[in-house]
Design a protein around this ligand. Structure first.
Ligand SMILES: *[C@@H]1O[C@H](CO)[C@@H](O)[C@H](O)[C@H]1NC(C)=O
Ligand SMILES: *[C@@H]1O[C@H](CO)[C@@H](O)[C@H](O)[C@H]1NC(C)=O
Ligand SMILES: *[C@@H]1O[C@H](CO)[C@@H](O)[C@H](O)[C@H]1NC(C)=O
Ligand SMILES: *[C@@H]1O[C@H](CO)[C@@H](O)[C@H](O)[C@H]1NC(C)=O
Ligand SMILES: *[C@@H]1O[C@H](CO)[C@@H](O)[C@H](O)[C@H]1NC(C)=O
Ligand SMILES: *[C@@H]1O[C@H](CO)[C@@H](O)[C@H](O)[C@H]1NC(C)=O
Length: 314
């Protein structure tokens, strides 16, 4: 049965019931944590659209993305008054840990300052995490945020391939942004029907698959590779429906293939034939919960907000 991202969010809401999706360490008057994700940068009505903690030690604000995302950028809008400098020294942290209220997660950036009412863009290079935490270490601090915008894309599941040439492991095709976890590309040995597969762990509607070819040599080896999407592992996935057959990709370039929302848990690349080598420098998939798409971003935020409303009734 079909499962779209909204369905999964709903399921998680019922099953996991982890608590509020956006919270902060304490709340000053009506300056609730949700006001940083209200899609209103707060220029006009400061007191109704920004968050604020009390004056305390180590104040923090945390957004639960309800899934693991690779975060490309976090844009923070500071308050437009003389208290703007309170943000100085705040850390943006991204990760999966709730230890120490999330402040043990890796740092994307330390905010030196954001002039009053301005929005600064912090690049996080695809850091992976379930949570985005803004945290000011120290005593007698107040954390106030007028808007926090998170851009990124859903972090995908596990990658495997039919065989591996030296250290050209399958994960190298999905490591972009993982802080250069690995250098290079994935590659199978030269064999019959080599394949590479991404297991998304859930069934997604895949809108697009973007494939980056190697640029060191032999770009033509990718020719004839099939992109297949589906739920079957029969024949190593090569019985799943075809999204596209790659005629050729010039060395080092990224070509995008539209899959029109094909549904599946597995994204397979397969080169049919003997003595073939499948080398991939990057494979990205775009599904319907890609936060770089503003409509989808709004949709995910809506889920987060609805969930907060839901939680607040219990
Ligand atoms: C987490 O934050 C709460 C609220 O500020 C605080 O009471 C608690 O001590 C914090 N926990 C840790 C481990 O820092
Ligand atoms: C900040 O507030 C001042 C008035 O206090 C206003 O003139 C200015 O346009 C505001 N800045 C932004 C970015 O909204
Ligand atoms: C915002 O501040 C203004 C001026 O202090 C006040 O008149 C207004 O009632 C406040 N609005 C809210 C929703 O608190
Ligand atoms: C943030 O900065 C990056 C790099 O300059 C840029 O590509 C991106 O579009 C910016 N994002 C936003 C939301 O302004
Ligand atoms: C918090 O309170 C302390 C003690 O009253 C004060 O010195 C400090 O300036 C306050 N911090 C902020 C950010 O207002
Ligand atoms: C699946 O791939 C493995 C590894 O390349 C291979 O040994 C096996 O024969 C393949 N199975 C089928 C049914 O093609």
């Amino acid at each position: 049965s079909v499962s779209d991202p909204v369905f999964f969010l709903f399921l998680r809401l019922l099953v996991a019931f982890l608590g509020a999706a956006v919270i902060q360490s304490s709340t000053f008057a009506g300056w609730f944590a949700e006001k940083a994700i209200d899609s209103n940068r707060g220029f006009q009505q400061l007191n109704t659209t920004c968050t604020s903690t009390l004056n305390e030690s180590n104040p923090w604000w945390r957004l639960d993305l309800l899934d693991v995302y690779r975060v490309s950028e976090v844009v923070i809008t500071s308050r437009n008054d003389s208290y703007a400098e309170q943000i100085n020294g705040a850390e943006i942290r991204i990760g999966n840990s709730l230890e120490n209220n999330g402040s043990n997660n890796p740092i994307c950036a330390v905010i030196s300052t954001i002039p009053a009412g301005e929005s600064y863009n912090f690049t996080c290079n695809g850091m992976v995490g379930h949570y985005v935490i803004i945290h000011i270490p120290g005593d007698w601090k107040i954390l106030s945020l007028c808007e926090v915008e998170v851009y990124g894309y859903l972090a995908v599941g596990a990658a495997i391939q039919s065989s591996t040439s030296e250290d050209w492991i399958a994960e190298k095709a999905i490591d972009r942004g993982l802080q250069q976890l690995y250098a290079g590309c994935s590659s199978t040995l030269s064999e019959t029907n080599p394949w590479w597969r991404l297991d998304l762990h859930h069934i997604y509607r895949v809108n697009r698959v973007v494939v980056t070819n190697r640029n060191d040599c032999c770009a033509e080896r990718i020719n004839g590779a099939e992109i297949r999407i589906g739920n079957s592992l029969e024949n190593n996935g090569s019985n799943n429906p075809i999204c596209a057959v790659i005629p050729a990709i010039p060395a080092g370039e990224s070509y995008s293939y539209s899959c029109g929302g094909m549904e599946g848990r597995y994204v397979n690349l397969i080169i049919p034939g003997d003595m073939k080598t499948l080398t991939l420098c990057e494979v990205k998939f775009k599904s319907s919960n890609d936060l770089t798409d503003s409509a989808m971003r709004e949709n995910v935020l809506k889920q987060v907000r609805e969930r907060n409303d839901f939680d607040s009734h219990y």
